[in-house]
Ligand binder design. Sequence first.
Ligand code: FEO
Length: 169
Amino acid sequence: MLGKAVEEAMNEQIKNELFSAYQYLSMAAYCESENFPGFAQWMRAQSQEETGHAMKFYDFILERNGRVVLQGIDAPVVEFGSPLEVFEQALEHEKKVTAMIHDLYGLAVRENDYASQTFLQWFVTEQVEEEKNAGDVVETLKMIGDKSEALFLLDRELGQRRTEEQQAG
Ligand code: FEO
């Protein structure tokens, strides 16, 4: 049985992961509107991953005989100045999520909840990857600056990222 404190914190994290999905979908929509279909595709796949993260928490709460209680999701940011700003904000967002996961892990330790610690280990590792992925694009976009041809090629490259549905199809 899941303790109340961890259950509440995990329900909060379902909301945070779904907000991430919403925020990345909003970034995808912005990139579409600016004619960067590749960046939009990357963000769309990222959004879907975040929904997957939310569902991992959802399923884990159920497995532990806890109660899933969904919460309201804030509106995402909709306007950005450039693709660089989009990915910089994505990186900042991932750093915040990393801190949330670490807080959650710390709580599971204080509560002597060993099963949750093991479950959260996956997220600790995943966050290293998440920050690296966004950070790598930020660095590349900074190098590219205003060279439109290189921007076009990067857009095309990032457009190779597939959502699970696209992989299945
Ligand atoms: Fe679910 Fe991007 O962290």
